[in-house]
Ligand binder design. Structure first.
Ligand code: SAH
Length: 514
């Protein structure tokens, strides 16, 4: 009987920025069992690769091969033969100088099914991010993509005479090392030495850089600017548009790289807002939340409160609300009517705006939200608002806010402390070493912390690093207090909201630029 064969998807990941990944690429990646990825894959994308897929770097950078092409082909075949869904993730488009063809040959030979998912090629996208349209009716009617790294056996020798004759936009990939020779050859073939030319480094990724020059000076100017691979070289009059059409650098958080440490599920809002403003965001979830097993939750009293008693269902996070209404109550076979049954007077309290919004989703208006979003203020607000004989049900995380309980105790307000979910620190990010290196080199602008537990998770994951170097943006005083223990460089958002954190980052960025 034939072994069940897997399948291989040859997927283009685009030039770096996660937003340039196609919808199809995302779908395929999410379903992968095994992912073999290149050195050119953007860090934003690496950090979103599914946790349960096996991930192998077959990194290739000009000249340095960590895994040979033959070995890569072999790996794809072996994993597919095991019956796995294999994703071969390549920079840009897999068929544009990606040796994608070679990787398919062995699969064809063995009859392994495969699909190709085209990607956004750097040849077009990198110029676009530098304000250079590869064609423009006033300047050129065609563009050509050329390797700057021809084969040693001369099989793909470049016909410079033909290139110059076409009077087109020329885009060279893999050309940083041979830039001098390329420019020389163009001029020898009759190109005007003053023809505009550009070299575009790390396009679409944070700290992308461009050098705009002319064919005779590009190599010198590029060396002066210490341009390194990966970079795209563009030759042609369209390069003069680069100033006029520059847009990338103009966004409020352009050129920043920011780490988001909240749990993956909750990260999306912060991440989306930061990316919208131009930042590159690495999602490194440092915590997870899980509902606490029902046997450990004692809620019976809640359903048995006497008529007329004022009950405060109190939540200190959106996760708490979601867990209570989507997990805790349903798994007890109950809903809110069970609480109201005996005629209790039910009120809702939330620590902040996001928690109140979550309550709204379930159809409940919130009666109390403190001015300042933290546990102590919520406690004070409850004390001010609740009747003396009311009872507060704290439906929150294990090790929930002590300050909140202190306030209630001090005012002698009755409460039940009911942990319905748990926050677990994670210590297993596959990207921890990469991130440590980057922080040490000062390449991460901010690490955002949205709770003390994210700080604890980060510290455990990044064990052994010098935390003094961590630029920490904290959501509030309590989070900052945790970060201070490790002597991080701390800033605090004005309010304990995601929007306020984003505002703070914009402020800090604007200051940095002055
Ligand atoms: N298949 C890829 C190209 C692979 S060849 C694509 O379609 O984009 C590798 C070359 O691509 C690099 O040497 C560089 O010239 C270019 N390149 C890829 N990503 C880049 C980026 N983010 N910025 C600048 N150049 C890039």
């Amino acid at each position: 009987m034939e072994m069940s064969k897997g399948k291989v998807w040859l997927v283009g990941a685009g030039p770096g920025e996660i937003g340039l990944l196609t919808q199809k690429a995302i779908t395929v990646i999410e379903q992968a069992d095994f992912i073999a990825y290149d050195a050119l894959i953007g860090e934003e994308i690496l950090c979103m690769l599914p946790e349960d897929a096996e991930k192998v770097s077959v990194g290739k950078r000009s000249g340095r091969y960590s895994v040979s092409q033959e070995k890569t082909n072999q790996i794809l075949l072996e994993e597919a033969l095991k019956g796995k869904k294999v994703v071969r993730l390549k920079g840009g488009d897999p068929f544009v100088f990606g040796r994608g063809g070679e990787e398919l040959e062995l699969l064809v030979q063995y009859g392994i099914p495969f699909e190709v998912v085209p990607g956004v090629t750097s040849a077009v996208a990198v110029p676009a991010y530098a304000g250079i349209p590869v064609t423009h009716r006033d300047f050129t009617s065609s563009f050509h993509v050329i390797t700057g790294h021809p084969r040693k056996d001369g099989k793909d020798r470049i016909d410079y005479d033909a290139l110059v004759r076409m009077d087109a936009t020329l885009v060279f990939l893999m050309g940083v090392g041979s830039m001098g020779m390329i420019m020389e050859n163009l001029m020898k073939a009759g190109m005007d030495p003053k023809m505009p030319a550009a070299v575009l480094e790390r396009g679409t990724q944070y700290r992308q850089r461009k050098v705009i020059s002319t064919v005779d000076c590009l190599e010198r100017d590029s060396k002066d600017a210490k341009i390194q691979a990966p970079a795209v070289i563009v030759v042609g009059r369209v390069c003069t548009l680069s100033e006029l059409f520059a847009w990338y650098e103009k966004r409020e958080l352009a050129q920043m790289q920011i780490i988001v440490t909240r749990s993956r599920k909750k990260a999306s809002k912060l991440t989306a807002q930061l990316r919208e403003s131009g930042a590159e965001v690495l999602e490194l979830p440092m915590i997870d939340t899980t509902a606490i097993a029902l046997e450990q939750i004692r809620l019976d009293e809640l359903f048995d409160e006497p008529a007329g008693r004022e009950l405060w269902l109190t939540f200190t996070s959106p996760v708490g609300v979601e867990t209570f209404f989507s997990v805790t109550l349903p798994s007890l076979g109950k809903d809110i009517r069970s609480v109201l049954r005996k005629g209790a007077d039910v009120r809702f309290a939330a620590v902040g705006e996001a928690t109140a919004k979550e309550l709204e989703k379930y159809g409940w208006m919130t009666d109390v939200v403190p001015e300042v979003y933290n546990g102590r203020e919520l406690g004070k607000a409850l004390v001010r608002t609740a009747r003396k004989d009311a009872k507060v049900y704290l439906l929150h995380a294990r090790q929930g806010s002590e300050e909140l309980k202190e306030e209630l105790k001090r005012a002698d307000l009755a409460y039940e402390d009911i942990a319905i979910y748990e926050t677990i620190c994670r210590q297993d990010s596959p990207w921890a070493d990469m991130v440590k290196d980057k922080i040490n080199q000062g390449l991460i602008d901010w690490v955002t912390f949205t709770s003390a537990s994210t700080v604890r998770g980060f510290v455990q994951t990044m064990d052994g690093m010098d935390f003094c170097k961590v630029p920490a943006l904290c959501i509030g005083e309590q989070t900052a207090a945790e970060a201070r223990k490790y002597h991080m460089k701390i800033e605090i958002s004005d309010r304990a909201t995601i929007a306020s954190m984003v505002e703070k980052l914009k402020e800090l960025h604007a200051k940095q630029e002055v």
